[in-house]
Write a protein that binds this ligand. Sequence first.
Ligand SMILES: Nc1ncnc2c1ncn2[C@@H]1O[C@H](COP(=O)(O)OP(=O)(O)O)[C@@H](O)[C@H]1O
Ligand SMILES: [Mg+2]
Length: 261
Amino acid sequence: MKLLIKLGGTLLDEPASCGAIAAQLRDLVRRHPQTIVVHGGGRQMTRFLADRGVESRFQNGLRVSTPEVMDAVLKVFAGTVNKELVSVLISAGLRAVGLSGIDGALAQAEPLSPELGAVGRIVRTDPSVLIALIGAGFLPVVACVAGDAKGAVYNVNADQMAVACAAGFSVERLLFLTDVDGVRDAAGSVIPMLTAEAARSLIASGVATGGMLAKLESARAALEQGVDEVVIAPGSLPRVLEMLVAGEPIGTRFVLKGDGR
Ligand SMILES: Nc1ncnc2c1ncn2[C@@H]1O[C@H](COP(=O)(O)OP(=O)(O)O)[C@@H](O)[C@H]1O
Ligand SMILES: [Mg+2]
């Protein structure tokens, strides 16, 4: 089975949860060597910019990416966050290799909208580098930065990067590990199973906002692009990966239609 694990920025920001995830990934990759990791780093980015007196601005959960922000995108996502994660994974016994969507032309993008600056929408993926790394026994760890054929660099929401890599590498399961127990309804309860239509109404009614809005749209896109199973689950739960792979009902499972598929 091919798997993609997307790790949210908050999980990686806490050494304890990062170490726990690394140990779980070691066991997972032993059983499922065709695994890819994609990570965000939003919290680290906001801190990096704030330390330099730059305020973070978002539209629909996406970070407005001025030239100043783009310099930080490379430094923080493809630099500090990626390399610190790879180091932790290596120390856990994994043969992790860090890369971004720029490398090997893995993910190429175009501007999403003029107001967002260099935020990219991925338009092309070339999974060759993932296939080569996995074929040689490495675990690819992908930072959410994309390129294009002309040498531009784009900031891509990490959930969208996860979907592009999942579709490009034809993974069966896409697991979003995040900092909440799952997708919450208006009353605050976790929704165990969510259809694309129900997700749309959570967004329309303002119940799912910000990063979760972006995640729900990514989850739908993943199913539409042929990923069999998409789950949004709490990364801090002990043994969460093992339980998800065993099919236990944790977090929110995303389905295209309400027929249990
Ligand atoms: N309906 C909702 N259910 C759960 N979380 C939500 C909801 N609406 C907004 N959120 C927010 O979305 C966040 C998760 O998205 P994000 O911060 O981008 O995490 P990640 O780093 O995993 O991508 C949660 O921490 C929560 O604050
Ligand atoms: Mg996010």
